[in-house]
Design a protein around this ligand. Structure first.
Ligand SMILES: CC(C)(COP(=O)(O)OP(=O)(O)OC[C@H]1O[C@@H](n2cnc3c(N)ncnc32)[C@H](O)[C@@H]1OP(=O)(O)O)[C@@H](O)C(=O)NCCC(=O)NCCS
Length: 172
């Protein structure tokens, strides 16, 4: 596989249309999606895959698929997307498959994405949000130095989600 970004254990590549089985397994998993509106059916996962592919074309970012470097196993996804059309501000996200929970893979992936956003792209600030009861995500954002900024309605039911921000170090 051709990875464009590496960590000590993970490789990042771009989604392709052939990845439908991977996204069905990831976004169709009720545990992965517990705090993000519940599992997607196959059609919704396929639509999200098309959206991620289109974002890579339009903006040069997506929630990239990540793999164990040694075995090639699919670990999940982590990456970036535009945030409210704010210039040079991107939202960061991470979805790890349950068999890899507890290994700090999410943290390792997001650290690489932060480095890519601030080092390779001209990103000024990153934002991230999580479901109100997503304690693992809250703890992760805390470890990464994100600061609480605001709450905003999220999803079909407009549930208020806390949002956090991390500013590019050289600009603080
Ligand atoms: C949130 C997430 C990325 C955390 O990844 P991480 O920071 O690398 O964390 P780890 O998997 O190493 O786990 C850290 C701790 O949280 C616990 N934990 C991890 N994921 C958990 C989850 N989904 N639910 C409950 N506990 C969880 C681990 O057991 C571990 O406990 P420990 O500190 O006592 O060892 C990962 O759980 C995930 O992808 N969840 C599903 C998708 C999701 O909610 N993404 C965030 C959207 S905002």
């Amino acid at each position: 596989m051709s990875y464009f970004l590496h960590t000590s254990r993970l490789g990042f590549r771009h989604w392709t249309e052939a990845d439908l089985p991977l996204v069905v397994a990831l976004w169709g998993d009720p545990d992965v999606m517990r705090h993000m509106g519940g599992p997607m059916d196959d059609a919704a996962a396929a639509a999200r895959l098309r959206l991620e592919i289109s974002r890579q074309r339009a903006f040069g970012v997506q929630y990239w698929p990540i793999f164990l470097s040694i075995t090639g196993e699919h670990v999940g996804c982590s990456g970036l997307r535009p945030f409210h059309e704010e210039p040079e501000v991107l939202e960061v996200g991470v979805h790890i498959r349950p068999q890899f929970w507890g290994g700090r893979y999410g943290e390792e992936a997001v650290r690489a994405v932060i480095g890519y956003a601030f080092g390779t792209l001209s990103t000024r600030a990153l934002v991230a949000g999580h479901g109100p009861e997503n304690d693992a995500s809250k703890a992760l954002l805390g470890r990464l130095g994100f600061q609480f900024s605001h709450r905003e309605p999220w999803g079909a039911h407009d549930i208020p989600h806390p949002y956090y921000r991390l500013t590019r170090p050289a600009l603080t």
